[in-house]
Design a protein around this ligand. Structure first.
Ligand SMILES: [Zn+2]
Length: 188
């Protein structure tokens, strides 16, 4: 993406500084906890309208931060079982058929496609997410890409993207590029 300047901050360093000047925060980490000072930075960034793309492993981020799971990501992966709540599951190397179920800039140019990837299953979803892609695969939850219920900033969430096969899939590449440009308010 020649129109995008990328800064890579391996976790947990991404929020060691204020996020001012960042147009899109793309998360691909898998960090269980975020200290209060860093939470405040992320929240300030979002309230200032900063875009976010939450990719694959980052669906597991900050599971004990309700603002993040309920209002921003719109999803929660249960790392451990709790009374009345089985743990979520993952399955590598599955062939998922993906259906485009809504018109939206994030899925522009995409038609239904197949991808070799990892499925996540048994997650909680916020009732007010806007689902863009779905699968019927038995080893995955149905929503595959969605728009967050958060309204002060643009937040897109993509379950796909485990490894090389997914990253080389042109549909995945288009999806991520669209999501970055949409979250940055460069695509409407
Ligand atoms: Zn993975």
């Amino acid at each position: 993406m020649s129109d995008v300047k990328v800064d890579i901050h391996p976790h947990p360093m991404a929020f060691n500084r204020e996020l001012k000047g960042t147009e899109v925060l793309l998360l691909y980490d898998m960090l269980e906890e975020l200290p209060e000072a860093k939470r405040a930075r992320v929240q300030r960034y979002l309230e200032g309208g900063g875009g976010v793309v939450i990719l694959h492993h980052a669906l597991l981020d900050y599971g004990d931060w309700p603002f993040w799971t309920n209002e921003v990501a719109g999803v929660k992966y249960f790392r451990k079982a709790a009374p009345g709540q089985p743990a979520s599951t993952y399955k590598h190397d599955i062939e998922m058929k993906i259906r485009v179920v809504k018109e939206h800039p994030v899925v522009r140019g995409l038609k239904d496609f197949t991808i070799h990837d990892e499925g996540y299953k048994g997650m909680w979803f916020a009732p007010n997410i806007t689902v863009l892609l779905e699968t019927e695969h038995p080893d995955s939850d149905r929503p595959i890409a969605w728009i967050s219920p958060y309204r002060k900033a643009r937040v897109a969430v993509i379950q796909l993207g485990h490894g090389k096969e997914a990253h080389e899939n042109p549909n995945f590449r288009q999806l991520v590029a669209n999501a970055i440009r949409w979250a940055a308010k460069r695509l409407d």
